[in-house]
Design a binder for this molecule. Structure first.
Ligand code: BG6
Length: 454
């Protein structure tokens, strides 16, 4: 494996680790007000990184990572949305400086699921072009404050989820048809905001690199029947290509455009957008990967209304892959080779360098004494790292690997029982306790893995 320029990192996101609800001038985010089921942790305390910042960076240093992929919380930087919040900026300055002092390259993402609740109330969030303007303004503030020291930037994390998860983006429309139309409009606005952000970035952070963070979709047909093969191709267009084709080429796949036009869901686009979309290409693609997806064609009259919105269409639905091992939290199955297949395809289509920004195993870990024996996580990470090494050896430009997650954090929608961390955080869904940090066996294993690859 090409070792010298390869970053071994770890990943988190602001609303999932920070906590510090209402502290230091932080405004109210969509993630602060969303309703979580009884007995499931919300993000008000999360892993309490807001009060454990130095300790967390020291844990990173001890681990030996050289890249920390985190996110800026829009409402910590911008309060309720419209005004810069100096205390929030100071908080991230401290995080960035601590990273740099300890030999860790900071790698923030601008948008990781949360946004100012005020924007949902004022103009329905991403449904309006006003949100594009606000996002670019926020991004510019980040570039101006941090661009002197931060050279790697992510734009939007997993646009697939960001546009579809209504509790995160405030798409509370009750008419199901209209809700879908809004989803596609919101997604378009996110793409436009990303491109305008890159335009501003090039002027301010001249020596920096920026790219989208995608939820990589490795789609398999359930059977070799032609209609299942077509379903898989459609799913690839609707779950991934529609986002990355926009990020890179500034256009949608034809099948996607045709379908949205037929349904009356094609987004409103202004003439002036064309040039912005076509230009402003990213420098790399961030890859989030947990498992592959198996799809099939719908059977006649099949009800798919319970599926997440992005599976709610006539073109494909979820299938089952009997070849993969499934676990409680990894219900689609564990598929290390999928990482190789998916990244190879992404490179062939876009020709850009890639970095693994998220990859990890969820488990309801148990703390026994002062130890968490998470051999299952070590197996998972080892198998996936091997696939990265395979890519690098074959000449694909992969420049880093970040397990999800550095430490236990509140899952995007399933609380604290679903743990991903290399470091155990001592709290439960219902009792925040002291959020003490206890490195798991996987932490020590990863530390050795990094050492032996230096
Ligand atoms: C990715 C997100 O979708 O997957 C993370 O970028 C998220 O924010 C991770 O936590 C795992 O998903 P979940 O739902 O298990 O937290």
């Amino acid at each position: 494996m090409e070792k010298k320029s390869f970053y071994w990192g770890a990943s988190t996101s602001a609303f999932q680790v920070e906590g510090g609800y209402g502290e230091g001038g932080k405004g109210v985010a969509t993630t602060d007000v969303r309703k979580v089921p009884a007995g499931v942790a919300d993000s008000k305390v999360a892993s309490d990184q807001y009060h454990h910042l130095k300790e967390d960076v020291l844990l990173m240093k001890e681990l030996g990572i050289t890249l920390y992929r985190f996110s800026f919380n829009w409402t910590r930087i911008m309060g309720n949305g419209y005004e810069e919040n100096p205390a929030g900026i100071a908080f991230y300055n401290q995080l960035i400086d601590l990273c740099l002092e300890n030999g860790i390259t900071p790698f923030p993402t601008l948008y990781h699921f949360e946004m100012p609740q005020r924007f949902v109330e004022d103009f329905a969030g991403w449904q309006s072009r006003k949100c594009v303007e606000q996002f670019v303004k926020y991004a510019e503030i980040c570039f101006r404050h941090f661009g002197d020291r931060v050279k790697y930037w992510g734009t939007i994390n997993e646009q697939l989820i960001a546009s579809a998860a209504t509790d995160l983006n405030g798409n509370h429309e009750t008419n199901p048809e209209l809700k879908m139309k809004h989803m596609y409009q919101m997604s378009y606005h996110m793409s436009l905001a990303e491109k305008k952000t890159i335009e501003v970035f090039r002027k301010i952070v001249k020596d920096g690199k920026i790219g989208p963070i995608c939820s990589m979709q490795v789609v398999y047909p359930e059977t070799p029947a032609p209609n299942d093969i077509l379903a898989a191709r459609n799913a690839q267009d609707f779950l991934q290509n529609c986002f990355l084709d926009m990020s890179v080429f500034g256009r949608y796949p034809t099948s996607y455009s045709n379908y949205l036009k037929n349904k009356g869901w094609y987004p409103e686009i202004e003439e002036e957008d064309a040039a912005v979309l076509e230009n402003n290409r990213p420098d790399f693609i961030g890859i989030n990967y947990y498992c592959s997806t198996c799809v099939r064609a719908l059977t006649d009259g099949e009800d798919n209304s319970k599926l997440p919105p992005f599976y709610r269409n006539e073109l494909f639905t979820l299938g089952n892959n009997p070849h993969l091992t499934k676990t409680q939290w990894m219900e689609f199955g564990i598929d290390p080779e999928g990482l190789y297949i998916g990244m190879r395809d992404i490179y062939e289509r876009y020709g850009l360098p890639m970095v693994v920004t998220e990859n990890g195993l969820a488990y309801s870990d148990v703390l026994e004494g002062e130890t968490v024996s998470d051999h299952y996580r070590i197996d998972y990470l080892e198998q996936h790292i091997k696939q990265c090494e395979r890519l690098v050896e074959e000449g694909y430009p992969v420049f880093g690997y970040c397990p999800w997650s550095l430490l236990d954090l509140v899952s995007s929608h399933q609380g604290f029982k679903k743990r991903y961390g290399l470091v155990y955080v001592d709290r439960t869904d219902e009792d925040v306790k002291d959020c003490r940090r206890i490195p798991k066996e996987s932490y020590f294993w990863y530390k050795n893995r990094i050492q032996s690859n230096k």
